[in-house]
Design a protein around this ligand. Structure first.
Ligand SMILES: N[C@@H](CCC(=O)N[C@@H](CS)C(=O)NCC(=O)O)C(=O)O
Length: 204
């Protein structure tokens, strides 16, 4: 197996997942900022020109961070990061999708329509500004959802939904979008996940 991965939010999801599982896979460093994902060679591997990409020993290619994580969960079920029971698995799926659409979506679109990397692909400044407005509203929604005191987004256990949300927060940090101070539950959740050994340490 080989993982094409690099410094990018969706790649980080897989990196955190691997560390949580204690799995090591050979990594081919692939830097979107250097154009590595848009070379002819890489486009043969993933026609969308994106990382992460998992290449299996059979040569089969798996893209999409969540699909890669799911495959790895099948091979290494412990510790479970997609839930252990039917209802837990449904809850994790539900929350992962909610986070992808409502949290990662708007902040990802800020990046897509503002960051230098995407300039040549067309950017709509008004849309980026709109997403900057929407993001804190969505965080307020998340804050009220987790105000029941659960430690993690999908309940009592750390899961891929937390990893997806944490990656979104890293995009927010890069885009210099602050989590509002009055969102105490989201703030508390951030502090909890940031202390996990699998999380990159913020620069001191
Ligand atoms: N839905 C995909 C998104 C992958 C993606 O957007 N990857 C970005 C980095 S976070 C990328 O490689 N971009 C390079 C480019 O657009 O050139 C996933 O979850 O893996």
């Amino acid at each position: 197996m080989k993982l094409y991965n690099g410094m990018a939010p969706n790649s980080l999801r897989v990196t955190i997942f691997l560390t949580e599982k204690g799995i090591e896979i050979p990594v081919e460093e692939t830097a979107p900022l250097n154009g590595d994902t848009r070379t002819e060679g890489f486009l043969q591997i993933n026609s969308l020109g994106e990382i992460p990409v998992l290449e299996l020993d059979s040569g089969e290619i798996i893209t999409e961070s969540i699909a890669i994580c799911r495959y790895l969960e099948e091979l290494h079920p412990e510790p479970p990061l997609f839930g252990s029971t039917a209802v837990e698995r449904a809850r994790v799926e539900m929350w992962n999708r909610r986070i992808e659409f409502h949290i990662f979506g708007p902040i990802g679109d800020v990046g897509r329509h503002e960051f230098e990397l995407f300039k040549s692909r067309g950017q709509v400044a008004e849309y980026a500004a709109f997403c900057r407005e929407v993001f804190p509203q969505k965080l307020a929604w998340l804050d009220s959802e987790i105000s029941d005191g659960r430690p993690f987004i999908a309940g009592d256990n750390f899961s891929v939904a937390d990893i997806t949300a944490a990656a979104a927060m890293m995009v927010a940090e890069f885009a210099q979008v602050k989590i509002p101070d009055d969102l105490g539950f989201v703030q508390k959740w951030m502090r909890t996940v940031q202390t996990r050994p699998s999380f990159p340490k913020p620069p001191s």
